[in-house]
Design a protein around this ligand. Structure first.
Ligand SMILES: Nc1c(NC[C@H](O)[C@H](O)[C@H](O)CO)[nH]c(=O)[nH]c1=O
Ligand SMILES: CC(=O)[C@@H](O)COP(=O)(O)O
Length: 217
């Protein structure tokens, strides 16, 4: 048996501040109990690093095969939302300018437009965590999906420049999956919830990528 102290993710070299980040989680619903634990583990770690609840967007799809498409569409939707939000910012700036202009005249002043009261970000997503749980059955279904999903998710992050965290368990048995979701029921104990690692990875990649896109190393 391997030494349990060797394997696994050490703490990040610096403490990252996620308070300004917008993160999407997209998860498959296949193998529901495992998925729920992984999603919760991810959310717990995102929040622990300062990501605000309202800036964590959670979406679901039926199975892991759907993850690459959904991940890509979510990244694009975040970009569209952010560019749609820009005109209203210009409009409120214009309103503010006209308030200043009109302050010395007798004309009635227009009211600045309301921001809508929500503090949720409409910025592009800083990272997406794509979560699924594939468990080997009796056909080649598992192998094809594992291969397609891992390649698909890698391609998306390289094509879009948005970090995609590979939150897909590829387990040969139910017990392997349960242990990796912190739900183990065997002699090895409950195991470690890998969702926690994915939450950490999302904030770390989001923080580093914010620097990298500005040419800061
Ligand atoms: N067997 C598993 C699946 N299969 C379903 C596919 O992912 C997909 O939804 C279907 O083929 C329709 O396109 N999905 C998992 O996430 N985990 C499995 O173990
Ligand atoms: C296509 C399917 O979802 C299913 O028949 C795959 O079977 P298995 O998981 O036993 O390989």
């Amino acid at each position: 048996m391997s030494d349990p102290t060797i394997k696994g993710l050490p703490p990040p070299p610096v403490k990252y501040d996620g308070s300004d980040f917008r993160i999407a989680i997209v998860h498959a619903r296949w193998n529901d109990a495992i998925i729920k634990a992984l999603v919760q583990g991810t959310i717990n770690k995102l929040k622990e690093q300062g990501v605000k609840q309202e800036n964590i967007v959670v979406k679901s799809v039926p199975g892991s095969f759907e993850l690459p498409f959904a991940t890509k569409q979510l990244i694009e939707a975040g970009k569209v939302q952010s560019s749609n939000a820009a005109p209203s910012m210009i409009a409120s700036t214009t309103n503010l300018l006209s308030l200043i202009d009109n302050s010395s005249s007798s004309q009635s002043t227009p009211k600045p437009s309301s921001s809508g009261g929500s503090s949720a970000s409409t910025a592009p997503f800083d990272a997406v965590v794509s979560i699924g749980c594939l468990i080997k059955g009796s056909t080649m279904h598992f192998e094809y999906i594992c291969d397609a999903v891992s390649h698909g998710l890698m391609k998306i992050q390289l094509d879009t420049g948005t970090p995609v965290i590979f939150g897909v368990l590829t387990a040969l048995t139910d017990d392997q999956a349960l242990e990796r979701a912190g739900l183990g029921r065997g002699e090895k104990g409950k195991g470690h919830n890998h969702g926690e690692d994915w939450g950490l990875a999302a904030v770390e990649l989001a923080a580093q990528n914010r620097d990298w896109v500005k040419g800061v190393l």
